[in-house]
Design a protein around this ligand. Structure first.
Ligand SMILES: O=C(O)CCC(=O)C(=O)O
Ligand SMILES: [Fe+2]
Length: 246
């Protein structure tokens, strides 16, 4: 996958410099909006558009086939988990090659570079969708939140410190999972965000377990991916680039 297709220049450049300058470059593109909360430019509009059209296709498909959408978390009534439509490979790549490095620099105390699993989803706010999100902590070591747009007012993210970060399309916020935060009401339009809860599962919980039913989960994922890819191909004549199914 070519990062320059998805990432803004400042982001991809920071990861291309020789290793000895990399940490400094990555740090210099971060703006600390509140203690422990960092914002930076990350995604190009084309990434936001493509992800949102995938979500739209998936929701349409789920509606027509009566596939029960797994909501991202108990806090959300709307939104979709990205694993459900074959984006696991893309999310793993994002975490392994980029988020882990950022986490090593900013959050060595929680995940550092040893993040090894993730839960990625898109949340939706606005008329007929969720309105806001109460104060909470995430089930993650490190959380990445990328604003996908589209047009909206309100929806600022907030945390305990006096901090309000209005999120522009393509910008990312990264923080520790235990950093309490919430989202104010989206007062007009629709707001979508890509959220990735990045975890350190293996080291924390699974040490010493050789059979944790990963096999069953892999089979379930493979069946789902095949079925979604087949339907997408039938309807749209394409399978999204970067999907597990491609
Ligand atoms: O609404 C947002 O962008 C924040 C979402 C969030 O904090 C979460 O899903 O854990
Ligand atoms: Fe959260």
């Amino acid at each position: 996958m070519d990062p320059s297709v998805f990432f803004v220049k400042s982001f991809s450049k920071a990861f291309e410099v020789p290793d000895k300058f990399k940490d400094k470059c990555i740090r210099s593109m971060m703006h600390e909006s509140a203690p422990g909360v960092y914002t930076f430019d990350m995604m190009q509009p084309i990434f936001c558009d493509r992800l949102l059209s995938e979500v739209e296709y998936f929701e349409k498909w789920a509606c027509e086939t009566r596939f029960r959408i797994m909501r991202p978390s108990t806090m959300h009534r709307f939104g979709v988990a990205l694993d459900d439509f074959g984006m696991k490979g893309t999310l793993d790549w994002l975490m392994r090659d980029f988020i882990s490095h950022i986490s090593k620099i900013l959050f060595p105390d929680v995940g550092g570079c040893s993040l090894d699993s993730n839960h990625g989803y898109v949340v939706e706010y606005g008329m007929g969708r969720d309105v806001d999100l109460g104060f909470h902590v995430d089930d993650s070591e490190v959380t990445l939140n990328v604003c996908l747009g589209t047009e909206f007012t309100g929806g600022d993210l907030f945390s305990e410190e006096i901090f309000s970060c209005s999120h522009a399309r393509g910008t990312a916020i990264i923080h520790r999972g235990f950093h309490r935060h919430g989202a104010l009401a989206t007062t007009s339009g629709h707001r979508f965000s890509l959220v990735m809860w990045c975890r350190r599962e293996m080291k924390k919980h699974r040490k010493g377990f050789s059979n944790d039913c990963g096999e069953c989960e892999r089979e379930r994922q493979a069946r789902l991916i095949q079925s979604v890819a087949a339907r997408k191909k039938k309807w749209f004549g394409v399978v999204g680039e970067g999907d597990d199914a491609s």
